[in-house]
Design a protein around this ligand. Sequence first.
Ligand code: AMP
Length: 214
Amino acid sequence: MNLILFGPPGAGKGTQAQRLVAERGIPQISTGDILRANRREGTALGKKAQVFMDEGLLVPDELIIEMIDARLSESDCQTGYILDGFPRTVSQAEALDGILQSRGGSIDKVVVLQVPADAIVGRIVGRRACQDCGAAYHLEFNTPKASGVCDSCGGSLYQRADDTEDKVRVRLTEYDRSTAPVAAYYGEQGVVREIDGLGSMTEIFGRLLAAIED
Ligand code: AMP
């Protein structure tokens, strides 16, 4: 099954995608994670993406499309995948359709996680991640046992440079302007399912599974 998890930054796409990976055994493809890995490794792509990411702006479509085309041709994607954070513009969605058509595939479902804008800023600003293993925490909803230390590996926790309040507001503007229209694009294909993104992680996961089965 080829899925897109869709919604504004901080909607819980990454968290829910990870649960779905465990449940379905198909990979999560997060363009944000791939870009951050490229930055850590100091690749040419990572260097080009850095300036946009740190400002909360979208990385240019051509860089993203080339990156996703390469990722989707890897062997673990041949029985399905969960796209998280892609496509983020209508041009990216059109390019994805072209890539899938050339390989005889299509998107089965686009699940939209709906979270009101006023809940998003608090969710994102409290996020922390382990710099060693990438495990995700939240200062309010998912606190580590020892402050600033990863429960899993003992690594130090950090806040993403684009998770500050001013950058979150830029990212939300980018979402409204460039990304929200992608839902209408898929709406015309009849594959969009909207779910309430508020509640416990387990409640939201239940809604996600029901939307996928629908
Ligand atoms: P995320 O981890 O999904 O919140 O993405 C973090 C940042 O990576 C975004 O604010 C963008 O700068 C960049 N990014 C991730 N995915 C995309 C995409 N599909 N198109 C453009 N930029 C992206």
